[in-house]
Design a protein around this ligand. Structure first.
Ligand SMILES: [Zn+2]
Length: 83
């Protein structure tokens, strides 16, 4: 009988375990995950028009670390409403 070798996909650098995070674990190498993060960024940018989102991937294993939010500078001709 041969033992089924469990493939260890846990990252040695940061301890990221994809099997532990069935829902939250997103990876840069996964095209679908990249699309998901992109659409998430777009959604947020629609909700908050002055936000710019960028997914930050871990360099070691390519897992999604966080979303970097930068505030867009308001346009010069942005209408100002004075009270
Ligand atoms: Zn890692």
């Amino acid at each position: 009988m041969t033992k089924i070798k469990k493939s260890t996909t846990i990252c040695k650098e940061c301890g990221e375990d994809p099997t532990e995070r069935m829902v939250g674990g997103l990876y840069k190498k996964n095209l679908l995950h990249r699309k998901m993060t992109k659409s998430f960024c777009k959604q947020q940018e629609i909700l908050y028009s002055n936000h710019k989102l960028k997914p930050i991937w871990k360099e070691c294993c390519g897992a999604l670390n966080h979303y970097q939010v930068t505030l867009k500078k308001p346009k010069k001709d942005y209408p100002r409403y004075q009270t």
